[in-house]
Design a protein. Structure first.
Length: 195
């Protein structure tokens, strides 16, 4: 089983996170932010990754440190769990509708960190969650997971739907990319011989 357990403690957040890439999409999430809990729960479900998370953060300030640091911790866990990347499919993509929104994502588990974030979120907040933090979450994740991630919006007018569509789409793309290719289970998916 490809699993990882991360504990990350700073002056701003205290995070305990467990990730199982070969799970069934079961989650137990307590981030201290209801909207982020919702996004991470559906991320787990649609990726097929089991995810446990407990975060105590300085949410009396806002959700910035909590959101960014959870992205970092999840990225660290993903990198640990994926290991040497032997046998993985490596690439994954998904075009995902969420009511009026339509989001495409594409992933390369390349060992190179890059984020193309092309969402046009019309409101500054969903509930008490600052929508600009969606990009901060994915930046933190990508930098630590060392993946290439593109998130593009083709349609959408509702901020909640756009963000939810993005989390679902990335989850599906990551689930595909991290899956084991049975025809090449003992090989690194690169002509260089390493990723």
């Amino acid at each position: 089983m490809r699993t990882a357990e991360i504990k990350r403690k700073t002056n701003e957040t205290d995070i305990a996170l467990k990730l199982n890439l070969d799970g069934k999409g079961v989650s137990k999430i307590d981030s201290g932010c209801g909207f982020l809990d919702h996004m991470l729960t559906l991320f787990s479900r649609h990726s097929g990754f089991d995810l446990e998370l407990k975060c105590i953060g300085d949410t009396y300030v806002d959700y910035h440190h909590t959101t960014e640091d959870i992205g970092i911790a999840l990225g660290d866990a993903f990198a640990d769990a994926i290991g040497d990347k032997k046998g993985i499919v490596r690439y994954g993509d998904s075009i995902t509708p969420m009511d009026e929104s339509l989001i495409m994502s594409a992933v390369d588990i390349s060992g190179r960190s890059f984020l193309n974030f092309s969402l046009e979120i019309p409101t500054q907040k969903v509930g008490d969650f600052d929508t600009e933090l969606v990009q901060e979450f994915w930046l933190g994740f990508v930098r630590r997971a060392q993946i290439t991630l593109h998130i593009l919006q083709f349609a959408g007018t509702n901020s909640h739907h756009i963000i939810e569509g993005a989390f679902k789409s990335v989850a599906k793309s990551l689930g595909k990319a991290a899956s084991i290719d049975p025809k090449h289970a003992d090989e690194i998916p690169s002509t260089k011989g390493m990723l």
